[in-house]
Ligand binder design. Structure first.
Ligand code: GLU
Ligand code: ZN
Length: 497
């Protein structure tokens, strides 16, 4: 049997790390089994729906390189894949349930339901929810209500006795007493829109979904869905509810560690945020796949193509996965180092342009700078802070120019030698390595330590004590500006010497 799985988000916000993890697990499982990955847009909650979230869904999957085999945009044998375009299907199937005696029309007004809710609250009634008032209306009573022009909803008849069990391949059998299941939930609203339960079950069945992998927070809906499958006489798919993605909190006072569902309190949660900060899709995809899944407990680096081959359900963890921001940072740094200078320059360029540091046409300057910062970047956006030195700090303070155990006189000599050499080196188009080696040789010839050459040069060029390597800085800022700053530092030293 062909494996068919789906990611079925409701476009009501930005794609969250937890949702993306669900998408990835489904996608990788489909690929590993040679099956199909389906994207279905569950947009029946019209109040919370937004076009922007739908666009964000597409952008996120595109950015991660996740292609769906069937779904919106690409189409497929079960078109349409957007629930708001399938209303007639849900209406038809809801009516079928009524005809089969598995569901019924309810004419209760919002006022009646409100009053009921209040009464239950006041009486602290053990039964909460709908009182099944319309379940046994006679034909005549119904006809009368119809005549009054009341547009009914359709409710599911949930059995009042017995229990319902569904099997989850991670959690085992999950059983609920039927009397504890929501009493006769609405399947079809009076405006003709389905509720989540109805649309979800019909679509999973019609689209031939074989395995449902979704967040554990949907477990409580499981028994209800089973009752729906039974009502239709359909075989339910295999369930695999995924362990939650948690964030870690450390109490600042007691130092105690807590875990809670990952939320903004812990850090970024939307993929769009991660992307804006300069995480690479490879790093995010790789790390997120390891939240609640592992290959052999050892191997950590996986390309998308590898995961498409090795992902399996057996290795999904039963315990909640903890989203470790530091570990993601580490992955990001590693993936940055795997880029060629050229690729990295392309990735960094938008950050430089947005920050107003470079113009679109100045990529060559960035390319010359990249080797100096590649090993230090954690996020792509870090490059902007690393360019702090471009801002002219003014004349450097003389104490900052003079290395330890040296005086103005000797520093002046060292910087003059350095400057002459660097100028010549740049004129001769020496590489960073040649410049570095040459400057070390020059230090030795003149009885200076290396630091005597490099430290004043750094301070002169950048005005800072900590910066990317000075040659990289010179290449980015341009020789003219760099040499002007060195000459200025030489003047400062001359005044003091
Ligand atoms: N639309 C639901 C969601 O937003 C889908 C849940 C499911 O996968 O059944 O998560
Ligand atoms: Zn009713």
């Amino acid at each position: 049997m062909e494996v068919r799985v789906r990611y079925a988000p409701s476009p009501t916000g930005l794609q969250h790390i937890g949702g993306v993890r669900t998408a990835l697990f489904n996608y990788f499982f489909a690929r590993a089994k040679g099956g199909k990955f389906i994207l279905r847009v569950e947009d029946t909650d019209r109040e919370r729906y937004s076009d922007q979230s739908l666009q964000d869904l597409y952008d996120t999957l595109d950015w991660l390189g996740i292609k769906w085999d069937e779904g919106p945009v690409v189409g497929g044998p079960h078109t349409p894949y957007v629930q708001s375009e399938r209303l007639e299907i849900y209406q038809e199937y809801a009516k079928k349930l009524v005809d089969m005696g598995k569901a019924y029309y309810c004419y209760c007004t919002p006022e009646r339901l409100d009053a009921l809710r209040k009464k239950q609250e006041e009486e602290k009634s053990p039964v909460q929810g709908y009182d099944r008032h319309c379940r046994n209306l006679t034909q005549e009573e119904r006809a009368e209500l119809e005549k009054q022009g009341i547009r009914p909803v359709i409710r599911l008849k949930v059995p009042t006795e017995g229990s319902t069990t569904f099997h989850d391949i991670l959690m085992g059998d999950i059983t609920r007493e039927n009397k504890d299941i929501s009493p006769d939930p609405v399947l079809l609203k009076s405006d003709g829109y389905p509720t989540y339960h109805l649309a979800n079950v019909i679509d999973d069945h019609m689209m031939g979904i074989t395995h449902i992998m979704r967040a554990q927070e949907w477990i409580p809906s499981g028994p209800l869905h089973i009752i729906l499958y039974q009502a239709f006489g359909w075989e339910p798919p295999v369930y695999c509810h995924l362990p939650m993605v948690m964030g870690k909190e450390v109490d600042p006072v007691t130092g105690e560690v807590h875990f809670a569902k990952l939320s903004k309190r812990h850090g970024s949660t939307s993929v769009r945020d991660f992307r804006a900060k300069g995480y690479l899709p490879e790093a995010l995809l790789n790390y997120v796949s390891l939240v609640g899944w592992s290959y052999d407990g050892e191997k950590e680096f996986f390309t998308r193509e590898e995961l498409e081959k090795v992902f399996n359900l057996e290795s999904i963890n039963k315990a909640p996965g903890v989203f470790d921001y530091q570990k993601l940072d580490w992955f990001n740094g590693q993936y940055i180092r795997m880029k060629t200078d050229e690729e990295l320059a392309d990735l960094l360029m938008p950050y430089m342009v947005n920050a107003g540091i470079l113009k679109e046409t100045e990529k060559q300057r960035l390319l010359a700078f990249v080797p100096g910062v590649k090993d230090r970047l954690v996020l792509l956006s870090d490059v902007v802070t690393m360019c702090e030195f471009l801002k002219d700090q003014g004349k450097p303070a003389v104490q900052l120019l003079i290395p330890k155990k040296m005086d103005a006189q000797s520093t002046l000599k060292a910087l003059e030698l350095t400057y002459a050499f660097v100028k010549k080196g740049f004129a001769e188009k020496m590489t960073d390595q040649q410049l570095q080696d040459g400057l070390c040789a020059l230090a030795a010839e003149n009885g200076f330590k290396n630091a005597a050459m490099f430290n004043p040069l750094r301070t002169a060029v950048t005005g800072l004590q900590v910066s990317p390597p000075p040659f990289s800085c010179i290449r980015l800022m341009g020789e003219q500006e760099a040499f002007r700053r060195i000459e200025r530092a030489i003047d400062v030293l001359k005044e003091e010497a």
